[in-house]
Write a protein that binds this ligand. Structure first.
Ligand SMILES: [Zn+2]
Length: 107
């Protein structure tokens, strides 16, 4: 078993299908529409959710360092930086899931 091929049809599940899935146990194969799931998907999803909390703080630190005077824009800066950091974390997670993960069929 690998983290890239569908358990059901054996086709390679692309990066985007994993990236856009909201949770590691809800990976839909673009070819046969089978719902695949990563082994330990719930734990991985939970770890991701926990990791978003320190990420919010890091985004706040970066945002307040990058603007000195105009504090009224701080929430906007924070949100933009936070979303960028989230996407980066999601990219890394998707990459490592496809590389190291194990797809299993979801019953
Ligand atoms: Zn498939």
């Amino acid at each position: 078993m690998s983290g890239k091929t569908c358990y059901q049809c054996g086709q390679e599940i692309g990066f985007w299908s994993v990236f856009k899935s909201m949770w590691p146990t809800r990976i839909f194969c673009p070819y046969c529409k089978t719902k695949n799931s990563y082994k330990y998907g719930h734990m991985i999803g939970l770890a991701f959710a926990v990791a978003t909390i320190p990420l919010a703080y890091i985004a706040l630190v970066i945002a307040s360092l990058s603007i000195q005077n105009s504090n009224e824009f701080l929430p906007v800066y924070w949100l933009v930086i936070y979303l960028v950091l989230l996407e980066l974390l999601l990219l890394v997670t998707t990459w490592s899931l496809r590389r190291h993960g194990q797809l299993i069929i979801r019953k």
